[in-house]
Design a protein around this ligand. Sequence first.
Ligand SMILES: [Zn+2]
Length: 315
Amino acid sequence: MNADFSLYVGFLESVRPNALANKHGDVHIAAMHTGLAMVILEFAWFVMAQGEVFPEIGDINQETSPAALDGIPPGLSVLLQTLEFGGVAETANLTAPIMPNDPYRSAASYYLALLMMRFVWQHELAHCQLGHIDFLRDVGRHAESSTLGFDELNLNELEQMALSLDSRILQCLEFEADGYALGQSIGIQVENKENIDGIAALPRDLRLRMTLFGIYAMSWLMEAMASTFTRGRLAITHPAPIRRLQMTQNMAVWELTDLGLEAPTITRSVLREFEFVLGQIGKQWLQTDKFDPISYRTVFEETRVKLEPYRYVVD
Ligand SMILES: [Zn+2]
């Protein structure tokens, strides 16, 4: 295990919705682009404008539950225009974001956005703390591998650079970072360690479900964005695979069961509400590929052993 760990955390001013983990010298870096915070907030507004989601918050009669425009996930039109025009064009046909009307639901959308952002921070921290960056650089065996890091929008590029690596290993690093972030996020609620007053004041069951919802939303959004970026367009007819969401769902069940909570009841009710939101974006987003996490198990276990000497934390 590695001993000294230092981390620099911060926002990067960029319209491109991205997050990254890297290392300069001995200092790890976890960063979020301001564009990602924008996407997250717009997504959270859209969620809380749906009266069917967390109906116990505020007065749902105030909400009209609008569908998303043109099947595009809320917040992602900025990414699409960035890809198309190299920036948001002056002539861009920007529509006003869909926002909740009820003031309590409006407040809740900011809390949801913060919970989603926490998951991103924890995910990037995981890449650093779990030794993923040091591991990649060691095994990369490539001219540029000494500068390798995680750029969440360009995971496929990383795949090309780390040629000696099975692409499933890279996918496992993402799953592991998601799992770590999920464990940390859920732990904060279960152990009553929430430091955002407005969230801490909510009933524990609601805090927990909002946390889980934010995790599902974020793992889905990250995969949808990475795939959009790779293909240069949002593949509406062939949506991004939802492997990460499915994997996150499995990990949530394990995590909550470990904590002695009613895992199936909680995860199923949250997934139902998240799938409602996907349906409001467009029915095509509801289709699932047949992802079998079992096929990853051996690679996952082997990777964990290989990562052992690179860890900064004890498993
Ligand atoms: Zn990642």
